[in-house]
Design a protein. Sequence first.
Length: 172
Amino acid sequence: MLISYPAEYPEQAHPEECACKNRKFHGHGKYWRIIARQWISQFKCTACHKHVSMVPSTCVPYKHHLASDIQAALDNVLKHGCSAYDLECQRLGVHASCIYRWVKEFSCHSGVLATEGARRLKIKPFSGLFKQVYQRLSSLFSSDKWLMSLQPALCTYLPPLGIFRPLTFSSA
């Protein structure tokens, strides 16, 4: 299982609770994440022996690009339309189908992002099409990296959601 924590608070890089409701973990090593340029801590649940990796919010679980790059690509595509695909593909070094997939995945989870965004901002929940939700969230958050700030909270949902993709539980 992958869980995200706010990158500005590395002391929070410890899982709070496993899916089996156990709260005790043993350290189980580290691995180097190239995109984040830092070590990712791994833990093992003492009860069910599942592995938990703690990734900073600058990384998106199961993605190979930084959260800020994904948000920049989505910003450009949603503001400028399909013509932005080519520009973003060159800038990020990704295929257009990758950016299209990010847009599609955001669209699938826009309701969860809108709900979590409204909760974090302490405003009335809202809904709409993915472009409307995206534009509203980007205008409401003071930071230009609002996707990165929402990600750790999305990993607390059961089943947990990282930005865009449902996280999967893997056995030991």
